[in-house]
Write a protein that binds this ligand. Structure first.
Ligand SMILES: *[C@@H]1O[C@H](CO)[C@@H](O)[C@H](O)[C@H]1NC(C)=O
Ligand SMILES: *[C@@H]1O[C@H](CO)[C@@H](O)[C@H](O)[C@H]1NC(C)=O
Ligand SMILES: *[C@@H]1O[C@H](CO)[C@@H](O)[C@H](O)[C@H]1NC(C)=O
Length: 308
C-alpha cells in the first residue's frame, strides 16, 4: 500500500486520469469567435443523463463517482426556467450532479482505498490533462455557472468542493470553489452559506460571495505562464465583471491536471484523514446545478463577458 503524506491525504483525490484527446468543439452559442473556444462542456438541449455515459459526452465517462454507479445514474436534467449566462435557450441545457449514500469513490476499484470519508461525483473534461497540454498552459479562461437546488439541499455543516483544478500528480489543487463549513482553510472560512474560491493548496481566498439562490456565473482567467488568476463574476443573466478591484492575483498554476465539476463532500470529525475517516450522515440526496461550462483561449480574444 502506498504511504500517503498528510497534505496528500487531504488533497489528493486519486482520480484516474482522463486521457483521451478530443478535438476542440466548435459551434459556440456565444458571439465569441468559435476559434477562441478550446473545449465546450455545454450539452445540447433535450439531452438525457445517458449522454454522460456515452462517447458523445464532452466529459470523461469513467470517473469520478461511487463504486457501481455511472454518470447516468447520478446526473439529472433540472427544470431550469432561466438559462445560465452562456447557455442559449433551446440550444444548451443545464445539468445537475447529485450525491447519495452510494457516492463512495474507490480509486482503481481497490477497496483498501475506498474514500469512506467523502461523497463524490465529479465530471472531468475529456481532454489531455498533461503538464503543458493546451487546457493547462498559456492563458485559458474557465467559464462556468452554478446554482443551488433547494429540493436537493447541501448540508452546510460539511465542506463541499464543487469546481477545482487538481494537479496531474493529484498532489494539490491550483484553485477550488467551496461552500459550507471549511475544514482546511484557516482564514478562508466564515458563514457556511458562502461561495469561496481559494487558490493553490486552498491557502488563500481569491474571492467570496453569499451563496444565494439563482445562477452564479464565473470566469477564471488562468495565466499558466505568469502564474496569475483573475476572477470575473456575475449573478443571473448579468454580464461578467472583474470581481476584485486589485485585478489579477499571483497564484501557482503549475502541475497541469484536470478540471472537476460536481460535488466533493467532506466528512465531519475526520481529523487529519477526512478522505477515509469521519462522519457522513446517511439518507442524503443532494445536488448542484451547472450550466455554461467551457474553456476559452484568452491569449487570442481576451475574456468574453456576455454572450452578446
Ligand atoms: C422536473 O419536473 C418534472 C415535472 O414536475 C418532475 O417530474 C421532474 O422530477 C423534475 N426534474 C428534476 C430534475 O427535478
Ligand atoms: C498531451 O499533452 C502533452 C503535453 O503537451 C503531450 O506531450 C502529449 O503528447 C499529449 N497527449 C496526447 C494523447 O495528445
Ligand atoms: C448535517 O450534517 C450533520 C453532520 O453530518 C448531521 O449531524 C446533521 O444531522 C445534518 N443535518 C441535516 C439537516 O441533515
Amino acid at each position: 500500500m502506498t504511504v500517503i503524506p498528510l497534505a496528500l491525504a487531504l488533497l489528493a483525490l486519486w482520480a484516474p486520469i482522463t486521457a483521451a484527446a478530443q478535438p476542440a468543439s466548435t459551434g459556440s452559442s456565444t458571439k465569441a469567435p468559435a476559434s477562441s473556444i478550446l473545449w465546450d462542456g455545454r450539452i445540447p438541449a433535450g439531452s438525457t443523463p445517458a449522454l454522460f455515459d456515452s462517447t458523445k459526452s464532452p466529459y470523461g465517462t469513467s470517473s469520478v463517482f461511487g463504486e457501481k454507479l455511472s454518470f447516468s445514474k447520478l446526473i439529472l436534467i433540472p427544470n431550469v426556467t432561466t438559462p445560465s449566462l452562456f447557455d442559449a435557450k433551446g440550444k444548451d441545457s443545464a445539468f445537475e450532479v447529485t450525491v447519495s449514500d452510494a457516492s463512495v469513490f474507490v480509486p482503481g476499484g481497490n477497496s483498501a482505498n475506498a474514500q469512506y470519508g467523502l461523497r463524490r461525483a465529479e465530471l472531468n473534461p475529456a481532454i489531455n490533462n498533461s503538464v503543458g497540454s493546451p487546457a493547462v498552459s498559456g492563458t485559458k479562461t474557465l467559464h462556468f455557472s452554478i446554482m443551488l437546488d433547494p429540493s436537493r439541499a447541501f448540508n452546510l455543516s460539511h465542506e463541499y468542493q464543487m469546481v477545482f483544478l487538481e494537479t496531474a500528480d493529484y498532489s494539490n489543487t491550483q484553485f477550488t470553489l467551496k461552500a459550507g463549513t471549511i475544514l482546511d482553510g484557516a482564514g478562508v472560512g466564515g458563514d457556511p452559506k458562502t461561495l469561496i474560491l481559494t487558490g493553490y493548496g486552498s491557502k488563500e481566498k481569491l474571492f467570496s460571495t453569499p451563496f444565494t439562490s439563482g445562477w452564479h456565473n464565473f470566469a477564471l482567467e488562468l495565466d499558466f505562464t505568469k502564474n496569475m488568476v483573475e476572477v470575473y463574476y456575475s449573478i443571473d443573466s448579468k454580464p461578467l465583471t472583474k470581481a476584485n478591484t486589485a485585478g489579477a492575483v499571483a497564484n501557482n498554476m503549475a502541475g497541469g491536471g484536470s478540471y472537476h465539476f460536481g460535488i466533493l463532500k467532506k466528512s465531519t470529525g475526520g481529523g487529519s484523514d477526512v478522505v477515509h475517516k469521519g462522519f457522513q450522515e446517511t439518507g442524503i440526496n443532494e445536488g448542484i446545478i451547472y450550466g455554461g461550462i467551457f474553456i476559452e483561449d484568452s491569449a487570442q480574444g481576451g475574456v468574453t463577458l456576455s454572450p452578446s
